[in-house]
Design a protein around this ligand. Sequence first.
Ligand code: PMP
Length: 448
Amino acid sequence: MSSAGDEGWNDRALAHLWYACAQMKDYQTFPPMHVASASGSHIVLADGRRLIDGISSWWCRSLGHAHPSLAAALRDQASRVEHVMLAHMATDATVELSERLARIFPGLGKVFFGGDGSTAVEIAVKMSYEAQRLSGHAARTKVLSLENGYHGETQLCAALSDVGDYRRGILPALDPGAFPKLRGLPYVGSRHEPEWEDCSAAWPALLRQLEEAGPSLCAVILEPVLQGASGMRVYAADLLRRLRGWTREQGVHLVADEIMTGFGRTGRLMACEHAGIVPDLVCLSKGLTGGTLPMSAVVTGEQIYATFYGAFEEDRAFNHSNTFAGNPLGAAVAVAALRAYQEPSFLTRVAELAGELRAGLEEVSRATGALGPVRGIGAVVAADLRAPSGKATTGRLGFRVYQEAARRGALVRPIGDALYWLPPLNADEGVVEELTRVTIDAIRAAVG
Ligand code: PMP
């Protein structure tokens, strides 16, 4: 991808830097791309070529790159105070952000800040377990999550996840028995399928698993309606509704990991709104700062908060302190991002984009014959790559499509062979048209 004149840069970019989520040997034949700048839906390379950011840089740049009001908020905050600890002191930015986040979910008015998405999941699970213990339910020691779920990169997050690649490296001490998985989910291709609103056929088998685990559970954690890292799978909103009902009856906390789904991605401000439910704990990150700075938050209600509230001698405080919790730079940018997400026209544009994305990927499917059924919700659309009839393709088709798309001007990075588009939510129509054209050409080149 880099040009001949960039050879010196390639050497430097590979000498010491160990890239995320990569087989480094691949870089010998496909060197890192030299990014010079980025704006709107495009990343600009040092040799002047422009790439559409078709996956919003790991799903976080929901308002695109170099958004003027986010950049202004960052500059303004940096000119006053960049960072102070969040104990016995706070900046206006962090307080205002807590006020805004406290208004999103009815009844969830307490906001605890963390550093990144994985940390938010750790905080939510710690908070749940500790709240159960302080309430006299110390035997509730397990956390149930969903098949094909993904919750981040730390040891606990990997144990909660059910995506093979991310589970390697989990210490044996994190006994899989402590992290049961709910299997047999009612997956749908879109929210227009009947099962989206009624998953009663799948429910009895799910309920049996829940009842078996029930008394030992402190929490159920899930990505609401859209599971990202396992390949953009959509499941019935009715399942979310039923799980909310069941967890409430059983005294089990429901943790919604909205790290990827939050802030408009699924067509609602929060994905939980599709089921009309309010969880006990919500994890937020990625789009929280429009993907500008690492920051996360766990939002919960009075009930859990009150469990930790008491005289110092009672020893009930929630003792968790990430150095950069509530960092003012991130908070100032997040306030600006929330203003943009809450503009009346914002979700209207997401709905239009959703239609354009689906139509675009259907066109790719027709033009190449190399995709399975298209699935998606809101501004996320996906389909599994497969060899077109009459062609035999072998090995890493998704990776080849990624390389060919990058050469042609789009960052499209399939998860295995699950091809998906997840561009900035304010991408204009021209972006989807270009994405469609590049993806068609990339697939044709990759299948040969
Ligand atoms: N949960 C979900 C649903 C995610 O998609 C991610 C990130 N892809 C995380 C947690 C982890 O966030 P981070 O990478 O910021 O630790």
